[in-house]
Design a protein around this ligand. Structure first.
Ligand code: ADP
Ligand code: MG
Length: 697
């Protein structure tokens, strides 16, 4: 065995280890419990816990933790050691089944949106046995779901698992209609490509904005940015290569299938893509990937920036959520098949996605909404805030022919009858050329590209899974009643194309004309987080989540509150950071530079000859004007900040933060950047964009 296969998954209590370590009967019972999604019995849990503990201790672990994903979007853990007092002042290492299956973190400070009053601080974590336990930093981590005592979801994992179940339930009905009786469940698969920036720690440490907010609040354009495209797929610098090598090794030990690493478009920007896997595992793995990126960067004296827009005027970072559906028998349902039946099934699933994304554009948009991602969406470098689907020419032409009942293809001049004819083969690579589409069919999966780089992928997948489950449910309701399957299927596909083709757009999504056209088609263009979040509570959406048992109305309301609050909090921190920088660093620095200029001016004036003072004179005037303006702007922002807590309605508060606070920050930035351009390098208090973006040599 080569070395990688030897250590791949070495830190994971995976299926192979379970088989080795658990008594045969226990192993089988555990597998059955996992597959059927049943509650783990204590007797069984005790045996599993013991085997897990022995294995973990052999790997050097001393602690265990329930690892969970509160609605903050990052992961949380509270470590307990295995030690238990024993006779004679000694300890033994213990870990019970109860400790494995359920934990009670004091979780009063995690956001709950009112689902758990703070005096009832208890929430509990429960083992998600579908995701393997693993060891990280000498701690056995048990992936868990996090709920309130009333059973409300307080995390990102619970709704995701529920949405996967909803989708499986409905997809199963559909595949059975096509005669696939052996299928027991359908799972959604995801591969999440992750973008990030790496900068040197020395420049990071000098920027309060990066430290407190993750992005730069100021920064004049450097002489060289990304215009040469010389970074994209360019040779990777040795320091970055060393980082990537260590990252890969650590990810592999955790059983994470890191596959490709390359440079991205912007200087200092990179990307990692894993091989796809079941969605909830992909979500766990993406969280671990982000965590390890940050940790390993530090070891290499760098900082990994996961913010969506660390630098204005430079490409931001996103996450591409490659999504598909697969049967437990290994069939990718978004793969065009070879037989008429497979083809028909494929088309029906494509239609389910078309319908879902059209009917629930608002939810798809909400799933990627955050203060930090607002910088990307709608800007000229990432998907616009309009949701649309790219299908590629071939598939679009096929759908067009079906819709209009006209012949497709050049060879056989026959009409395509669904369920009777085989689809003409369309070359896969031609479907992947459009990089500007927010939701692109790429041959055998959809690539949802609107996600922000720092987000948990759970939200996006909850929305996709639930809305597609709804389409499939409606389809199954119709087809299960049918007496002429082929005819009704044909009609259903035709009707769906007719009703939802407005969501298909194969052109350039970054073109302003598209935004106009989309408006004409009646598509939503929800530009900011406060714009889109209210849609979450629309009756049709509340009903959708209730019907598929993904969110109760109370849980949905909590989601809304938490996300609006979080939007306000982020802008609040940014505004405070900005004011701190302006007051303590920028205004004093420029004032100091003006003083130097004044001294130079005085000295020149004292010369025995008439020295030209235009440089000093003009610059003093310009910078004095600018700092005067900045001073008044920052006074106005300070004043505006005083009114920020006077809102009873969180949506109103968020709009205030956007329209007043955030807008004022942007105006201030313009002035500060101009000051930076005019100020002597050594007098400017922060590393410049150039120094940051090219800090890793
Ligand atoms: P592309 O050329 O479009 O980038 P790749 O095959 O390299 O396509 O895959 C890109 C990402 O999509 C990878 O993370 C990969 O694992 C993922 N992916 C591929 N097939 C599937 C699938 N069936 N379901 C989910 N993700 C997938
Ligand atoms: Mg991609």
């Amino acid at each position: 065995m080569d070395t990688v296969s030897k250590y791949f998954g070495a830190n994971v209590f995976n299926d192979t280890i379970m088989k080795e370590r658990l008594p045969h009967e226990t192993y089988n019972m555990l597998q059955r419990t996992i597959k059927n999604g049943k509650h783990l019995e204590l007797g069984l849990a005790n045996v599993v816990a013991n085997a897990m503990k022995d294995w973990a201790i052999e790997q050097g672990a001393t602690h265990f933790t329930h690892w969970f994903q509160p609605m903050t979007g990052i992961t949380a853990e509270k470590h307990d050691s295995f030690i238990s007092p024993a006779f004679g002042g000694k300890v033994i290492m213990e870990f019970s089944g109860k400790e494995l299956i359920q934990g009670e973190p004091d979780a009063s400070s995690f956001p709950s949106g009112g689902l758990r009053a703070t005096f009832e601080a208890r929430g509990y974590t429960a083992w998600d046995a579908t995701s393997y336990a693993f060891i990280k930093d000498n701690t056995l981590c048990i992936p868990t779901a996090f709920c309130s005592y009333g059973g409300h979801a307080l995390d990102k994992k619970t709704p995701l698992l529920r949405s996967m179940q909803a989708l499986s339930r409905q997809a199963l009905r559909v595949v059975k209609l096509f005669g696939n009786e052996d299928v027991r469940f359908v799972e959604t698969t995801v591969g999440a490509e992750q973008e990030y920036f790496l900068i040197d720690k020395s420049v990071f440490d000098k920027r309060k904005d990066l430290i407190y907010t993750g992005r730069t609040l100021f920064g004049a354009k450097p002489p060289k940015g990304q215009e040469l495209d010389d970074h994209y797929f360019g040779a990777i610098k040795p320091r970055v290569l060393a980082f990537m090598k260590e990252l890969d090794e650590e990810l592999w030990k955790l059983g994470i299938l890191a596959k490709t690493e390359h440079n991205e478009v912007a200087p200092a920007q990179h990307e990692l893509a894993p091989i796809f896997t079941t969605t909830n595992i992909a979500a766990d793995h993406n969280q671990l990937t982000m965590e390890l990126m940050q940790k390993i960067a530090k070891k290499h004296n760098m900082v990994c920036l996961l913010h969506e827009k660390p630098f204005a005027g430079v490409n931001g970072s996103g996450k591409h959520n490659n999504w598909s559906l697969s049967t437990d028998t290994g069939v990718n349902l978004l793969n065009p098949g070879d037989t008429p039946a497979e083809n028909a099934q494929f088309l029906l699933f494509i239609c389910a996605v078309l319908k879902a994304v059209d009917d629930y554009q608002d939810l798809i948009r909400i799933s990627v909404a955050s203060a930090s991602n607002d910088h990307r969406l709608g800007a000229n470098e990432a998907p616009p805030a309009v949701v649309s689907i790219f299908l590629g020419t071939e598939l679009s032409e096929i759908l067009d022919a079906i819709e209009k009942d006209v012949p497709y293809g050049t060879k056989e001049k026959e009409m395509l009858r669904i369920g009777v004819h085989t689809l003409p083969k369309f070359p896969k690579d031609t479907t992947d050329r459009n990089r500007t589409s927010p939701f692109a069919f790429t041959g055998n999966k959809f690539e949802f590209r609107m996600l922000g780089s720092s987000a948990s992928i759970s939200d996006a997948n909850v929305m996709i899974n639930t809305s597609v489950a709804e389409s499939l449910m409606q389809f199954a309701d119709i087809l299960e009643q049918s007496n002429d399957f082929e005819a009704d299927l044909h009609k259903l596909i035709q009707d769906t194309i007719r009703q939802h083709k407005r969501i298909i757009f194969n052109g350039n999504g970054y073109d302003d004309r598209w935004v106009k056209e989309a408006e004409g088609r009646g598509l939503l263009n929800l530009k900011s987080t406060p714009d889109c979040l209210p849609y979450l509570l629309l009756e049709k959406n509340v009903k959708l989540f209730e019907r598929h048992k993904v969110f109760s109305p109370e849980e949905l309301r909590a989601q809304y509150d938490i996300q609006m609050e979080s939007y306000c909090k982020i802008i609040n921190i940014e505004a405070l950071t900005l004011l701190n920088m302006v007051n303590k660093d920028i205004l004093p620095a420029v004032s100091g530079f003006i003083k130097d200029l004044g001294e130079a001016y005085q000295q020149k004036k004292a010369m025995p000859f008439a020295a030209d003072c235009s440089y000093e004179e003009n610059l003093i005037r310009d910078l004095s004007d600018l700092s005067g303006r900045l001073y008044h702007q920052k006074l106005a922002l300070e004043k505006a900040m005083e009114s920020r807590s006077g809102f009873a309605d969180v949506g109103e508060k968020a709009r205030y933060f956007r329209d007043v606070i955030f807008a004022s920050m942007n105006d201030i930035r313009i002035v500060v950047d101009e000051m930076e351009d005019k100020t002597r390098s050594s007098a400017w208090p922060y590393p410049t964009y150039g120094a940051i973006l090219f800090s890793v040599k």
